[in-house]
Design a protein around this ligand. Structure first.
Ligand SMILES: Nc1ncnc2c1ncn2[C@@H]1O[C@H](COP(=O)(O)OP(=O)(O)OP(=O)(O)O)[C@@H](O)[C@H]1O
Ligand SMILES: [Mg+2]
Length: 428
């Protein structure tokens, strides 16, 4: 395998993030060469609402990442999210083509194709088909049936669909910039790829990506993706509440919110308590607020404004988890990613409302210039990079023996087709 450049572009409601990395034969994980994150415009609840503005912002982000990496981005995986995302679990069954020998890759592709035969409106497209388990002659729980003998092959798959309009808008943004879209990955799934371990997925876990304008949920049970959905509100609502509650502008409210989750506030509060006064006012005079306020009450903002909104957010998340039917299947609890996960009190609210363990997730499995990247809001773009890594390894035929992973990771009609070709060229 020669060195390859791989990239991920996350088009979020709050920021557009781009990661460029090098894959080389002597390294297991991608080496980050370039990264950029710029404020997003023209994206609401994960969906593009002003395409020309988005093209300009993505262009800035891409140029900045290219400059840092000293490499040109020619193609990329891109995130897709928002309330237009839907998911379902679908079964497929086929007769094994040659029951006298063994199950082949062709049989596997046929059975997955059978599971993909769902009735879908012409305005939607399948973006992900993940096999959850295979069943050979009634024996279930099989990860990889290739090489086994049997007559009847079944598969349970998880399928994610997205609105075609959104896919086309994203594709147009990238093609206007001369970038080929390798595939559209559900943002919640991308975040999961970089932030949770295989053991957590095996035990059962829900990954919750709290973005600025939407919240993506992915539930893994028995190691496989079993449920995906997207909730149309996010951390920007917390900013709105602070703006209304303190009667300040949204910009000022955002500054106060970020300040409240910073180390400086903890320091101020400790000093305050150690000192003579017991009041909980925190000094916001250095935040550059446009309004004429210098102090806010920590308790009023954190317990009176942020806490009720976080509780509402986690009640909604809980209702999605309950609807999925996997509420008792996630002993590993919740992993919270996305910038909203950093809001003060998020982990406590998650534990209190959902009643399971919770932790903040950060992206891993990368090396190189990662200091700016290892924050929860970059889990998605890092996951896109890991997806690219997998795709590239497959393209170069490296991991081919690692059939389970290949099966778990193919996506979209385009890459699905590509992997079909791969199977055809490698499987005897
Ligand atoms: N340190 C922090 N403390 C509190 N909130 C934060 C912090 N950093 C970021 N946020 C919040 O996280 C949100 C942005 O998160 P993120 O960057 O994950 O969103 P996005 O991916 O652009 O949007 P989406 O996924 O909804 O399309 C903003 O509302 C921002 O205020
Ligand atoms: Mg996001």
């Amino acid at each position: 395998m020669k060195d390859e450049i791989i990239t991920g572009i996350d088009i979020g409601s709050s920021k557009i993030a781009v990661l460029v990395a090098k894959l080389s034969p002597d390294e297991q994980v991608p080496r980050v060469l370039g990264f950029s994150s710029v404020d997003s415009h023209g994206v609401k609840r994960g969906q593009i609402v002003d395409i020309n503005r988005v093209v300009r912002v993505v262009e800035n982000a891409v140029e900045a990442a290219e400059r840092m990496a000293g490499a040109k981005i020619q193609s990329s995986y891109v995130s897709i999210g928002g309330p237009h995302i839907q998911s379902l679990n679908s079964q497929g069954v086929v007769a094994v083509s040659n029951p006298n020998t063994e199950i082949t890759g062709e049989d596997v592709l046929r059975v997955i194709d059978a599971a993909k035969a769902i009735s879908l409106s012409s305005t939607r497209e399948i973006i992900e088909v993940t096999p959850r388990e295979f069943i050979v002659d009634g024996q279930d729980g099989i990860n990889n049936p290739v090489g086994m003998s049997g007559v009847r092959l079944e598969v349970n798959t998880h399928i994610i669909t997205a609105s075609l309009t959104n896919l086309r808008n994203v594709d147009r943004c990238l093609s206007d910039l001369g970038i080929k879209t390798n595939g559209y990955i559900f943002s919640g799934m991308a975040s999961s790829l970089s932030s949770v371990t295989d053991t957590e997925k095996e035990l059962g876990i829900a990954v919750v990506d709290i973005g600025g304008g939407k919240i993506d949920i992915c539930i893994y049970t028995d190691g496989a993706l079993s449920y995906s959905s997207s909730v149309p509100f996010g951390a920007r609502h917390i900013t709105n509440d602070i703006a209304v509650g303190l009667r300040i502008s949204l910009d000022s409210a955002e500054k106060v919110k970020l300040f409240l989750s910073s180390k400086d506030v903890k320091k101020q509060l400790t000093e305050e308590h150690v000192g003579k006064t017991s009041k909980d006012d925190i000094d916001v005079s250095k935040l550059g607020l446009t309004e004429d306020i210098t102090k806010v009450s920590y308790k009023t903002v954190v317990e009176g404004i942020i806490r009720p909104r976080l509780e509402e957010i986690f009640e909604e998340i809980l209702s999605h988890i309950e609807r999925s039917g996997f509420v008792t299947a996630i002993p590993s609890g919740l992993v919270l990613v996305g910038g909203g996960a950093l809001t003060v009190g998020t982990v406590e609210a998650a534990k209190r409302i959902v009643g399971v363990p919770a932790r903040i997730g950060v992206p891993g499995n990368m090396t190189g210039l990662i200091d700016e990247v290892i924050y929860p809001q970059y889990s998605c773009v890092a996951g896109l990079l890991l997806y690219s890594q997998h795709d590239e390894s497959q393209r170069q035929g490296l991991d081919f023996k690692d059939f389970d992973k290949i099966l778990r990771n193919f996506s979209l009609t385009k890459s699905y087709k590509k992997i079909t070709d791969l199977f055809k060229s490698f499987i005897p």
